[in-house]
Each structure stands twice: as structure tokens, then as C-alpha cells.
Design a binder for this molecule. Structure first.
Ligand code: MN
Length: 232
């Protein structure tokens, strides 16, 4: 018999143009997938292939407009605007040529990071988990279905903070394409329906403050607006 716990429901993301919700399984993230961001973090993108980390699924906040509380235990909360890819099916050892058939849709998202905690962990050779995974650290705008038209290979990706441009790039600047990333990740574990992939951020990552208003955009996808509210 299963012991009855009051577990939270699986997090969801609204699907653009419908009342349907996409149920989220796991959240995978790619590190240093744009050359200029790898350089600004002090690494040589030519010698370091992108790598993966995870956030707990219930760190997700989704919608066109979100309120995110400034998190505890940090004085250096950073924004990373990213293309989010949502999988409708999965598998292991997925060939690159088949990878995009597993994609349900895409959204613009933010991989928020407690950069100070991440830096301490890196220096000590310890896990990054608490620098990357905290309440509201994975933000996603509504998912646009592939069948409604989504480009995963080109298009402007940008972030405005309080109306000023902070990050700007193009999906074409990714070191590993979405298809290559799905194929590579599927050699480590079995990908599943509902898995999300945050595909890395272009250069321009910087600190946020309480009261900041963020506008994350990718050409052709629904926008994501976020307000950083006071700490809780
Ligand atoms: Mn990131």
C-alpha cells in the first residue's frame, strides 16, 4: 500500500493558443552553449563542449507574466535568457536526425542563478545545485507547439531589464544545436515526455535587484515578463 502524502501536483506550462497545460517532468539545462557567454565566464568555448545540469521541476514558474520573489542566501542573482525546448516523447541514444521529432514545442525562459553560491561551489569542487535550483529559478513563457511554427535554429533571443537591453544573441549562435543536444543528453539517460531542456544563454549575464522588470523574448515565440518582488 502506498502511504498517502499530500504531494504537490506536477508543475505545468500554459500552451499558447489553447487552454491546455504542458505537464513538466524534469528540467535539464545546458552550460556554456554560446561562445561569447563561455568567454565572459572565463572559459575557452573551443576546448570545452557544453555540459548538463538539472533543476528540480518544482522550481518552475510559468506564464506570460510572472512574479518572482528575490531568493534567500544570495547577493548576486543573475539572469540567463534561454530557449526552452519541451519534449513530447523520449528515449535513449536518440540519433541527431530523429531528435527534433521528440520536440513538442518551445518557449522563452530564464535560468536564474545565485552566481555567488555557484562560484563558491565551483571553487570548492562541490555541486552547484543550490546555486541553480531554488524557488522560481526556472521561468518559462507559454509553450508554442512545433505544429504552430517554431524555429529552433535561428531567431533573435533578447532580454530587457527595466527597458534596457541586457542580453542579445541569435539561436544560430548556439555551439550545439537543439538536435545535437537532445541526442547527446539521451546517451546519458532515458529522456521522457514532459522533459524540458534549457539550451544555454548568450552573453550579457548580470545581477538583478528587487523591483526589476524583465522582458525575455525570442522571435516567433510568446514573450515572458517577470517582476522581481521583495525577498520572502
Ligand atoms: Mn543557463
Amino acid at each position: 500500500m502506498t502511504f498517502a502524502l499530500e504531494c504537490p501536483d506536477r508543475p505545468t506550462i500554459p500552451i499558447a493558443g489553447s487552454d491546455d497545460l504542458f505537464p513538466v517532468n524534469r528540467i535539464f539545462c545546458v552550460g556554456r552553449n554560446y561562445a561569447a557567454h563561455a568567454r565572459e565566464m572565463g572559459h575557452d568555448p573551443d576546448r570545452e563542449p557544453p555540459f548538463f545540469f538539472l533543476k528540480p521541476a518544482d522550481t518552475l514558474l510559468s506564464g506570460s507574466s510572472c512574479m518572482m520573489a528575490y531568493p534567500p542566501r544570495t547577493a548576486d542573482l543573475h539572469h540567463e535568457v534561454e530557449l526552452v525546448v519541451a519534449l513530447q516523447s523520449g528515449g535513449r541514444d536518440i540519433p541527431v536526425v530523429d531528435a527534433l521529432s521528440h520536440v513538442f514545442g518551445a518557449a522563452v525562459g530564464l535560468d536564474l542563478t545565485r552566481r555567488d553560491l555557484q562560484g563558491i561551489a565551483k571553487k570548492a569542487g562541490r555541486p552547484w545545485d543550490l546555486g541553480k535550483g531554488f524557488d522560481g529559478s526556472a521561468l518559462s513563457g507559454p509553450i508554442q507547439r512545433v505544429s504552430d511554427g517554431v524555429s529552433l535554429t535561428s531567431g533573435t533571443i533578447s532580454l530587457l531589464v527595466n527597458g534596457t537591453a541586457r542580453q542579445k544573441g541569435d539561436l544560430a549562435m548556439m555551439i550545439w544545436s537543439v538536435a545535437e543536444t537532445i541526442a547527446e543528453l539521451s546517451t546519458y539517460l532515458t529522456l521522457k515526455p514532459g522533459d524540458l531542456l534549457y539550451t544555454g544563454t548568450p552573453e550579457g549575464v548580470a545581477a538583478l535587484a528587487e523591483g526589476d522588470r524583465l522582458e525575455a523574448r525570442i522571435d516567433g515565440l510568446p514573450g515572458l515578463d517577470v517582476v522581481i518582488s521583495g525577498s520572502v
